[in-house]
Design a protein around this ligand. Structure first.
Ligand code: PRX
Length: 649
């Protein structure tokens, strides 16, 4: 099997949920989980049909699943409005005056929107979009800070059948251009800025820069978050509040087909061009609704907080759609976890009485480093359930989270999933699954996960292989926007009719899944996917660079750091200043998360005789300082010796 897959962990600590937690949880025993899982695999239509029926459909489907690999249609013939399910339906089920979103800005202000108020805002903004001429299936790019208006904008698009594509506020103007031109967006929704670590992120200025290159956007709607005077282009830019004042706050949600496109979200792959992952309506909503209900065990009196940004899939599925479809009260926070210090998250938990808390291992490692005094001095007793997502959690971080944040009493759900899967796929169910630090444990309902070797045989316990999903599931991606071939080649080519996740994994003797990491040239930096090819192409765009190779190296906080090897053009002099300039250049082309932590200049890169860069050697070199594997295919051996010397300096 591939040398990427190796597993060293043998974790024997087992944590079972308390009797009290299990008693009140939705799934109370392993027997219940096994029974339901069996049904969900053997009779997916029955299982998912029951889940979907808990939502509001304006027209019932005729067939639960139509599967012609690799294309799935769920709830065929059914019609629903996703926004109606997240908002309107709570006006008549007793939740109208319940807080939907409790928001806290980084400077400290807070704002609460009840479901009724959220409904009003969403309807009004839907009317703003309609007045701007946005039609069903039009693409709308959203580039917003973490404010309720980001969620309102997404919901309003869904309400009128427009397709949103949210771009993370930390991405650069050039990243906006790439995404705009790929999805051919008609409108952009942004803000004058957002607060982050005490400063202002100039969102509208980035949009302005992007629109100098991509000119097919007719409308830019600007939410005023900061209030500073900013340039507004006549005939194109309008303020959200001005437009809202002109339209009624009433809007009746029309139903769309279950397979109507809901959103496109770009994510990194192994080429330089991000993939526009396409999700549709009925299946996606059912998947996010159901995972929230069972995995986060959402109850009516919970206060749920997911710390992700709406620019990532976690913010789509576990801030906007899943939690609101469940009618839960959630906290939303605008800013950085360490502003003004590392106590901020714990202040928020204490202040609003958060009961369910969902974050990333990279954040947990940063908290561990900052010191126990921050959580120790806050009252975290409201918490009852903790979750993690984005990368494998190292057992020490798991234990710290369990003890320091969860007070030893809260189950931890380590949730494995991807932008492509739409919803959580492998995770403990908090009321029944015995957990071990470092494993995402068992497949969720309807998920037929397996680990296969190169020949397609299922691996034995503890044998590393490729993680696949053998059957379609409701929230699965439907395609890569505008590129069916890439969709088939990327996900469906390894084994017939099966989805390949791109992750290496193993199972243990109890059937728990241990995710080892990506098998392709994708890094996981602070829980975010980053294609090495994207960073490489950003580097070679710079006038001084001839060639580059980018690899990941283990990083204490970020999980993986970015290391770039750069060959400059003939007459260019290398220097610290140039390295700094290149780092900033990558920041400008992609965004700050992609800036290389280290840049090494080298006269040549290790290549095979056919000219392929041997990234495997570079990876090993940066991780261990040595190269031990097979180097017989290397064209020029002296390159490695030179690099070794260079790295030691
Ligand atoms: O490698 C896996 C890792 O993150 C990748 C998906 O990244 P993205 O699409 O950006 O979505 C992140 C949020 C869902 C996966 O292929 N990953 C995600 N969750 C876990 C994980 N690795 C191990 N354990 C997890 N719980």
């Amino acid at each position: 099997m591939s040398d990427n897959i190796e597993s060293h962990l043998s974790e024997n600590r087992i944590f079972k949920p308390s009797k009290e937690f299990s008693k009140n949880a939705r799934i109370k025993s392993m027997a219940q989980y096994k029974r339901m899982h069996k049904e969900s695999i053997e009779k997916p239509g029955v299982f998912w049909g029951r889940e979907a029926k808990e939502l509001t459909w304006q027209k019932k489907w005729t067939k639960a699943l139509d599967w012609k690999a690799p294309y799935a249609k769920w709830f065929v013939g059914g019609k629903l409005n996703v926004c109606e399910n997240c908002v309107d339906r709570h006006l008549t089920n007793g939740r109208a005056n319940k807080a939907a979103i409790i928001w806290e800005g980084e400077p400290g202000e807070s704002r609460t929107l009840t479901y009724r108020q959220l409904h009003r805002e969403v309807c009004q903004f839907a009317n703003v979009l309609l007045a701007q001429g946005i039609k069903p299936k039009d693409r709308v790019l959203i580039y917003m800070p973490m404010v309720p208006e980001a969620v309102i904008a997404m919901l309003a698009c869904a309400r009128i059948g427009a397709v949103h594509s949210v771009v993370f506020g930390g991405f650069s103007a050039e990243s906006i251009v790439d995404r705009l031109s790929d999805c051919k967006a008609k409108a952009v929704i942004t803000a004058d800025g957002g607060y982050r670590r005490g400063g202002v992120v100039p969102l509208k200025a980035n949009v302005d820069e992007a629109l100098k290159k991509y000119k097919a956007v007719d409308t830019v709607i600007v939410h005023q978050r900061i209030g500073d005077k900013i340039p507004m282009k006549r005939g194109r830019d309008v303020y959200w509040h001005d437009e809202a004042a002109r339209v009624p706050a009433k809007h009746v949600a029309k139903a769309f087909d279950s397979e109507h496109p809901l959103f496109i979200l770009y994510t990194s792959g192994s080429t330089g061009k991000p993939k526009g992952i396409l999700h549709t309506s009925g299946g996606y909503l059912t998947g996010t609704y159901s995972t929230c209900k069972y995995i986060f065990d959402m109850q009516d009196d919970d206060v749920y907080w997911c710390t992700a940004d709406v620019g990532w899939v976690t913010g789509h599925s576990y801030i906007t759609y899943g939690p609101l479809a469940n009618g839960v009260t959630q906290v939303m926070y605008e800013g950085a976890p360490n502003h003004p210090d590392f106590g901020r998250f714990w202040d928020i938990v204490e202040k609003y009485g958060v009961t369910i808390f969902y974050t990333a291992p990279t954040a947990i490692r940063a908290f561990i480093k900052a010191g126990d005094q921050f959580p120790d001095s806050r009252d975290l007793s409201s918490l009852r359930l903790l979750g993690t997502v984005g990368e494998p959690i190292n057992p020490e971080a798991w234990m710290w989270y369990h003890e320091k944040i969860g007070g030893g009493r809260c189950p931890i759900v380590d949730t494995w999933w991807q932008t492509e899967t739409g919803a959580i796929m492998i995770s403990p169910l908090p009321g029944c699954t015995p957990t071990k630090p470092g494993t995402a444990t068992l497949p969720f309902f309807g998920v037929d996960a397996a680990i296969l070797d190169e020949t397609g045989e299922e691996c034995a316990p503890n044998e590393g292989g490729k993680l696949v999903i053998r059957k379609p599931w409701p929230s699965m991606l439907r395609s890569i926007y505008g590129d069916k071939k890439r969709y088939r080649d990327t996900y469906w080519n390894d084994y017939k009719g099966m989805y390949t996740a791109g992750d290496g994994a193993r199972t243990d003797r109890q059937g728990n899944f241990w995710i080892v990491g990506r098998l392709d040239d994708v890094l996981n930096v602070s829980g975010h996917r980053l294609g090495t090819a994207e960073v490489e192409s950003a580097l070679v765009e710079h006038k001084t660079v001839a060639e580059s190779a980018v690899v990941g190296r283990p990083h204490e906080i970020k999980g993986q750091g970015v290391v770039a090897f750069v060959t400059v053009k003939g007459n260019v002099k290398t220097s610290e200043a140039l390295a700094k300039e290149l780092r900033n250049h990558v920041g400008k082309v992609i965004g700050a998360i992609a800036k290389p932590d280290e840049i090494y200049f080298t006269p040549s890169l290790p290549k095979t005789r056919s000219g392929k860069i041997m990234r495997r050697l570079l990876k090993e070199l940066v991780a261990t300082g040595e190269v031990s594997g097979n180097i017989t295919t290397l064209e020029d051996y002296s390159v490695i010796a030179d690099l070794q010397k260079n790295l030691k300096k």
